[in-house]
Design a binder for this molecule. Structure first.
Ligand SMILES: [Mg+2]
Length: 382
């Protein structure tokens, strides 16, 4: 079997799909996108096409290494997101060839379902108590929200109190044992992170996320030492080599590699196994579409340390289109009691609505995140 076609599509709200077609009629779909840099990733996939056309799609490990190593330069968000999309599509083809879900080809599943959490509150979270209660009533046992708005290196205790008030509102509306994950979104710097983490302790958060940006990963042991709250991070890390350093430094309890940024199924499976050796849990990052979600579930199914799966249904970024719009088998992605079952269909288990994908690609989205500024006019982390 040979790869004969590689197509890329941009679809709302901010995603990019890859379609790989073989001479035997098998078609694989992947999601290769870096939000806000979608055009760059699509161009990168097109650039990798000469390494793909004419190749046997069953040789995933070899193709992965070729597109990772043969271009001399490697790593980073754009290159690794391109590889991720291609890798997912190749696994989709392999599963379809063997008429089995991808996890069956990776040792079989070690769990039947996985806990999912839901996003609430948007970029500037407000009225989160009611929003969390709504999710609890819908069956979820955990939510995630942004903790803060812009936060300066050294900021006011008023802003700290605002974070605590939000978390307290959820505790009050949803009770003592509801899961509250607080995403710091890299908006917090070292001087404020210890204060926030320590004060959040009394609310027993599920975890805090990206307490500082990963370029400051050497701070994680210090943050971990000052609070009894699990620390999660990893959505902006792009290979097992990035995660190697993080795990060696320590202080992190949950890693969140993104299946569409960190090298796809092939690489994240390796990252998950490496984390397991450090007794670190896996919760794949996924504010993306249905193909990325399904790729995550394949890894969750076969990774003993997988604990939660993020998903983007109802997330504030999804304007115009949402996860299930692009798939025909919507019923396979329903959540029950806060869990999602593992996919059962061959390959990644998604039946893509190609007509809609083609239609969306005619007017490609140009999604960019907002540029925030502090009160003094300097640019703020979003
Ligand atoms: Mg995050």
């Amino acid at each position: 079997m040979k790869i004969v076609e590689v197509n890329t599509y941009l679809v709302r709200p901010r995603w990019g799909f890859v379609e790989i077609i073989t001479d035997q009629g098998y078609v694989g779909w992947g999601e290769g996108v870096l939000e806000g840099h979608a055009d760059a990733v699509q161009a990168c996939i097109q650039e990798m096409k000469p390494y793909l056309i004419g190749q046997d799609p069953s040789r995933i490990e070899d193709i992965w290494n070729t597109i990772y190593r043969a271009g001399f330069y490697r790593g980073g968000g754009v290159l690794m997101s391109a590889i991720s999309g291609i890798d997912q599509a190749l696994w989709d083809i392999k599963g379809k060839v063997f008429s089995a879900p991808v996890y069956e080809l990776m040792g079989g599943k070690c769990r039947d379902k996985i806990k999912v959490y839901s996003w609430i509150g948007g970029d500037r979270p407000s009225d989160v108590g009611a929003a969390a209660k709504e999710k609890m009533d819908a069956g979820f046992s955990a939510i995630k929200m942004n903790g803060t708005e812009e936060l300066q290196y050294v900021d006011t205790y008023e802003k700290v109190d605002e974070v605590l008030e939000r978390v307290a509102a959820i505790r009050e509306s949803c009770g003592k044992y509801f899961g509250i994950a607080v995403d710091f979104h890299g908006r917090v710097h070292k001087p404020m992170v210890k204060i926030l983490a320590k004060k959040l302790e009394e609310f027993d958060p599920l975890f805090i996320e990206e307490p500082v940006l990963c370029e400051h990963m050497e701070l994680f042991p210090e943050i971990a030492a000052c609070c009894n709250v699990p620390i999660a991070t990893g959505e902006r890390m792009f290979s097992r080599y990035d995660f190697k350093r993080l795990l060696q430094i320590g202080g992190v309890d949950i890693i969140q590699p993104d299946l569409s940024h960190a090298g796809g199924i092939t690489e994240v499976k390796k990252i998950a196994a490496m984390a397991e050796a450090y007794d670190v849990a896996l919760a794949p990052h996924c504010p993306l579409g249905p193909i990325a979600l399904s790729a995550c579930l394949q890894v969750d199914a076969t990774s003993y340390n997988a604990v939660f799966q993020e998903q983007s249904i109802g997330i504030h970024y999804n304007v115009g289109k949402s996860v299930l719009d692009y798939i025909i088998n919507k019923e396979d992605f329903t959540f029950k009691d806060g869990y999602v079952d593992m996919p059962t269909k061959p390959g990644l288990g998604v039946e893509v609505n190609k007509e809609l994908v083609i239609e969306e690609n005619k007017t490609p989205h140009q999604w960019k995140n907002p540029v925030w500024r502090h009160a003094d006019g300097s640019v703020a982390e979003w």
